[in-house]
Design a protein around this ligand. Sequence first.
Ligand code: SF4
Length: 290
Amino acid sequence: MRIGGFLPTTLLDYPEKLACTVFTCGCNFRCPFCQNGSLVLGTHYDLSGSPDTTVSENAGTNAASVFSMASNDDQGVDILEHIKKRKNILEGVCITGGEPTLQKDLSDFLRKVKNLGLLVKLDTNGSRPDIVKALYQEDLIDYVAMDIKSSKEGYSAVSGIAGLPIAAIEESVEFLMHSGIAYEFRTTLVKGLHTHADMESIATWLKGAEKYYLQSYEDSDLILCKLMSSSSPGSMTHTTSLKITDSRNTPFHVDFTLETFSTEELQQFLQIAQTSIPSAVLRGVEMPAS
Ligand code: SF4
């Protein structure tokens, strides 16, 4: 396991459970707004500078509680020891990334976690449905949180992967909605990447989903497109040109501007989502007092 970070205790990452969170390195997507850019690029959290900027709010983490780990292939052993010591106070383990299903020994790791009597929540981008199905069939996962990056038409631009095979994403959605496993879908909304038409398309696609969360993009100096470009950090409006590679390995650039939607704009997206998914909610967004 290539592990880039560990949060010993969280009440936010696993719904209604006291859990710890394991952050794996590497991802097969390049979402420009990704808050875990250093993990995606295969490195680890760097807490030597300002801890407040090192942790993904999307992951529901507490910066002060995360410690960094050098990335190598045997970190799973150390983390398991740590989890073992805390197994009597923990209810579950969240495994997030990066994209955890890329880890070749993920099932071995989760088997050991399950043998400690703990629940497992998997965060995934849904690109590897066969892995998720195999983990479920072996009873190694109890809850799955899957990102829905955009409408099917918009998936390549938002995931940063030209020619992304949407069939794999569709297969993951189908599996989660019909397998009986506890799950949630979630979309991080970014002004500049998402439109009302995308939301209408997503809502139709996910009709009948049990849980669907809309989250707001938040700017930080560590979002992936800033790490991959030379733009100045700290700007709330970030325009960049991201080099991505199509299925023929031909690099090309996509220009976009990342901004945060206002609360009113997020509520408009929510209303669209709720036309097909009544249970859809905004997560992590402060609503104005009525
Ligand atoms: S799928 Fe998740 S971890 Fe990977 S780049 Fe996108 S937001 Fe980051």
